[in-house]
Design a protein around this ligand. Structure first.
Ligand SMILES: Cc1cc2nc3c(=O)[nH]c(=O)nc-3n(C[C@H](O)[C@H](O)[C@H](O)COP(=O)(O)OP(=O)(O)OC[C@H]3O[C@@H](n4cnc5c(N)ncnc54)[C@H](O)[C@@H]3O)c2cc1C
Length: 460
């Protein structure tokens, strides 16, 4: 059996939170932590929880902003030491354990000429990421990462091993693509469809003064949505390192197979500018980049050992997005490393989605990442995020699980039909609530799950 670290033992605190990314530490205390290294360890953990009559929380990479893996009185099953990556003979499918990170996976795949469009940050593990849907590289054109999950292996809440694909146990595969932390079993392997890696990855970056926010935002939205299907476009507001003046950055990455194709793709953006001849502070058009370089930039924007509060919204397609996001983009709290982003989700957002739990999206993804170091700033930073979100949410159709905290704000995360089916499947596959589900206020949601409604509308 794997090491079991009981509450009260010297190794407990490190096992409880040492692998949690967010340094705003939860005051929740599992009764024990199991560091599983084998499938047998995982099965025995389920048996142990049954004997103890307690629930199991699961950690793959520990990157849930709200530290969903840390739950009062549960057994925390930490899968960090349960690691494997395998490629099938035709190099089309990778079988990976949930604790493998995007960086590890692509580091392995690049040597085989392959890629998986995982999370933008190198250390995010596929476990939590894929269950939530997975907003991976260029998902506005390539779709959600979970659409590439062709099968999973699970250990059920009863301790049985199952393979789930289109032919057997389909409903668990359906749920695994979008249930997030409410998935009613333990995923032990994902089977991922791969794409060929790209030989020419290039980026164009423009940093503008925040005083030109409206023109820059309108332009970034327009050119992103006019781009060809190789381009990912994003607008980010932040304080550039060492500066007390905010700026807004428009960043575009193209994934192509040849230099010529990459240059041609970006030329549409590079030859265009926001109206009014405004001057960027920095302009770096059409330079070579790579997944590794983009990972490094993402890691720098999301530093370790910091305190985070995040939230997000899918903005209605017919909203005046620039005006809805004005406060979020122009009032970042001073003295912090906070940033806000707008991310194009179109045209994938206009397709009929595959039949899966994930069922919420719009053309416009907006997220706040409030990042600070000192506990004394907790109140100020939390208040800022709440104030901004209270206004933005009124123009939203729902939110993405991956950047949400249900203890603070609940809204719609799935289409009506899909949300209802998901909660039914939770009760069917885990009737006793053995697997910790959605961490809402007081951790009360249990087998009922989330209501999947705009709670702010109810309060109006
Ligand atoms: C710096 C940073 C960057 C990010 N960038 C992106 C991004 O680009 N795109 C995006 O979509 N998201 C992104 N996210 C959000 C991220 O996808 C989620 O936080 C996700 O939960 C992380 O997965 P994890 O396995 O590391 O987290 P964990 O905290 O280990 O897992 C979160 C929860 O998922 C469930 N879970 C995890 N593994 C299993 C399993 N094997 N079986 C059953 N349930 C399981 C559990 O409820 C668990 O508590 C980012 C997060 C961070 C911190």
């Amino acid at each position: 059996m794997a090491s079991i670290i009981q509450r009260g033992s010297p190794a407990y605190e490190e096992a409880r939170i040492g692998r949690v990314f967010n340094h705003r530490r939860p005051k929740r205390y599992p009764r024990a932590v199991v560091e599983a290294a084998t499938l047998d360890d995982i099965m025995k953990t389920v048996q142990l929880a049954k004997i103890e009559g307690c629930s199991i929380s699961i950690r793959s990479g520990g990157h849930s902003w709200a530290a969903w893996s840390v739950r009062d009185d549960a057994i925390l099953l930490d899968l960090g030491k349960y690691q494997f990556m395998e490629l099938n003979e035709s190099k089309t499918i990778a079988k990976v354990s949930p604790s493998i990170t995007g960086n590890m996976l692509n580091g392995f795949l690049v040597t085989k000429g392959k890629m998986f469009a995982g999370g933008h940050c190198p250390d995010v593990a596929v476990g939590g990421f894929l269950l939530q849907g997975g907003m991976g590289w260029n998902c506005a054109h390539w779709g959600w990462a979970c659409e590439k999950v062709k099968a999973i292996d699970v250990v059920t809440s009863e301790g049985n091993i199952l393979h789930c694909d289109e032919n057997e146990n389909q409903e668990l595969l359906w749920a695994a693509r979008g249930a997030g932390p409410g998935f009613p079993a333990i995923v032990t392997a994902f089977y991922l469809e791969l794409r060929d890696s790209f030989k020419a990855v290039k980026s164009s970056t423009f940093v503008w003064p925040i005083s030109e926010y409206a023109k820059v935002m309108d332009w970034t939205i327009k050119v992103s949505q006019e781009s060809d299907d190789s381009i990912e476009g994003v607008a980010v507001a932040m304080f550039p390192p060492g500066s007390t003046e905010m700026a807004i950055t428009s960043h575009f990455v193209t994934f192509q197979q040849t230099e010529e194709a990459a240059i041609a793709s970006l030329s549409h953006i590079d030859n265009s500018r926001p109206p009014g001849a405004i001057k960027p502070i920095i302009e770096v058009p059409c330079v070579p980049t790579s997944l590794r370089k983009e990972y490094e930039d993402q890691a720098a924007a999301n530093p370790h050992k910091h305190r985070y509060r995040c939230d997000n919204a899918y903005i209605e397609n017919n909203a005046n997005v620039t005006e809805v996001l004005r406060e979020a983009f122009t009032t970042l709290p001073h003295g912090t490393k906070a940033f806000t982003l707008w991310f194009s989700m179109a045209p994938a957002s206009r397709r009929e989605m595959p039949d899966m739990a994930l069922s919420m999206q719009s053309d416009h993804y907006f997220a706040i990442y409030c990042v600070w170091e000192d506990e004394k700033d907790d109140e100020r930073c939390n208040a800022w995020v709440s104030t901004v979100m209270a206004k933005v949410e009124r123009h939203s159709v729902g939110a993405y699980l991956g950047d949400s905290d249900f203890q603070v704000r609940r809204t719609r995360f799935w289409g009506e039909k899909q949300g209802k089916r998901l909660m039914e499947l939770r009760r069917k596959w885990d009737p006793e609530g053995r697997i910790c589900g959605y961490l809402d206020e007081g951790d009360r949601s249990g087998t009922a799950g989330l209501e999947n409604i705009h709670e702010w509308q109810r309060k109006l």
